[in-house]
Design a protein around this ligand. Structure first.
Ligand code: AMP
Length: 420
């Protein structure tokens, strides 16, 4: 133990499970790569106003959960609580929307920061793989992104999740609905805090998890009944494309999500093995965000998938990925001279693409063979002075225990043939 431990709400990714995290990131990114999305990386901190303007002044993320950095000079910086505002900021800054095809398709992978009350599945630093398609209004694009997220989850073997789908309307129909909802909420028995939230963004009240609030919402007007013809048609097309692609969804007329910028399509993937923190990913269309950030009209859609919760969801489903052991060959030298020879062979094998490790600081052959066992390697290479005098090393199959001498000169080609 050291004097220090990881800060509250954070945790360390350690081997062997860290390999699964990497595999999850890869699996979630794979479908995006195959669909023309380019990788983007933005700073982990940004001007605080980017988030207050982009994510929304009324959201918990901005009002309560933002990690603000101590001011230096006149800058007011915050750790990023989500990815969309940063990606759009970067795309606008680099004029990506003017330089190439629209939509600009981007994906990212990284850590995000929210000062939340930590619990299982809810951390202050968490990891997302995200995707944004900037500059096109096309139901096929919304459907594409949802299908790509679903493909990513399925490729990991997940099945116990549901896709919740809703439409939040647009600037034509949402204000009409908003007015109806405000009128309805005015008649409810809500506490001061909730009332204040309702004034800034009444839709967020629908998302309130408290039973006392939900019980009063049974007769609330639903956006679905207020959608204009364009939004309705758009929504139907998204649904049609999802159905044709075999992606099942459930209507959730109360799904508004925690960020202010969504319009029309909004969705969330929820897993049934995670308890309270059940969302493994979510996103939607955000047609007005670019203008809110001072850019041109760029209708866009995107999502963020939670890597930490995907890991927990896999655990809940008992899914263990069949990851190749990091080490295929483990070399054990008996004596100084043998050590030098095996060290050189280890370097050669690695350069030839065979994952090879070597026993360092060997005190006894017994311990070194234990290390070989623990490494998960399929083969151990063992050499002592007598082997070297005969120009061979012993190749031990760690599964069968069978051991055969192999000519030193033929070692690399012999192991390469085994396609480790
Ligand atoms: P959001 O931007 O809140 O929709 O987040 C997108 C996804 O990131 C969620 O569906 C979660 O899987 C994940 N996520 C969000 N907040 C946290 C958190 N505090 N800890 C772990 N995962 C999170």
């Amino acid at each position: 133990m050291s004097t220090f431990s990881a800060p509250k709400g954070t945790y360390d990714l350690l081997p062997p499970s860290s390999a699964t995290y990497l595999a999850i990131r890869e699996a979630l990114a794979g479908p995006l790569r195959r669909a023309g999305y380019g990788y983007i990386e933005t700073p982990v901190f940004e001007d605080t106003k980017l988030f207050s303007r982009g994510v929304g002044e009324s959201t918990d993320i901005v009002t309560k959960e933002m990690f603000s950095l101590t001011k230096r000079g006149s800058e007011d910086l915050a750790l990023r609580p989500e990815g969309t505002a940063s990606v759009l900021r970067a795309a606008l800054q680099a004029n990506l929307h003017k330089l190439g095809n629209l939509p600009v398709k981007l994906w990212y992978s990284g850590s995000f920061y929210r000062y939340e009350r930590p619990q299982k599945g809810r951390y202050r630093q968490f990891s997302q793989v995200g995707a944004e398609a900037v500059g096109a209004e096309d139901p096929a694009l919304d459907a594409e992104l949802i299908i790509l997220a679903d493909d990513g989850f399925r490729s990991l073997g997940l099945s116990r999740y549901t896709l919740l789908l809703n439409s939040l309307g647009d600037k034509q129909c949402r204000p009409v609905y908003r007015a109806a909802l405000v009128e309805f909420l005015a008649g409810l028995d809500l506490d001061e805090d909730t009332r204040r939230r309702a004034e800034i963004n009444p839709l967020r009240i629908l998302d309130d998890k408290r039973e006392s609030v939900q019980a009063q919402l049974t007769d609330a007007p639903m956006l679905r009944d207020y959608l204009c013809e364009e939004c309705k048609a758009y929504d139907e097309q998204v649904r049609g494309l999802l159905t044709a692609a075999g992606v099942a969804f459930t209507d959730d007329p109360k799904l508004v999500r925690g960020l202010d910028y969504y319009t029309r399509t909004t969705f969330e993937f929820v897993h049934n093995g995670l308890g309270a923190q059940s969302a493994i990913g979510g996103g939607g269309r955000y047609d007005g965000l670019s203008e809110m950030l001072g850019g041109p009209a760029l209708p866009s859609v995107g999502w963020g998938l939670g890597v930490d919760r995907t890991f927990l969801a896999m655990e809940a489903e008992g899914i263990v990925l069949d990851l190749p052991s990091a080490t295929a060959v483990y070399a054990v030298a008996l004596g100084e001279e043998a050590k030098n020879v095996l060290f050189a062979k280890t370097v050669e094998l690695r350069r030839a693409g065979v994952a090879t490790d070597l026993a360092f600081g060997v005190k006894s052959i017994k311990n070194a063979m234990k290390s070989a066992d623990r490494s998960g390697a399929r083969f151990a290479l063992i050499a002592g002075d007598r082997d070297l005098a005969a120009g061979v090393v012993q190749l031990k199959d760690m599964t069968t225990g069978e051991q055969v001498p192999v000519e030193l000169d033929a070692l690399v080609s012999t192991l390469k043939e085994k396609q480790l």
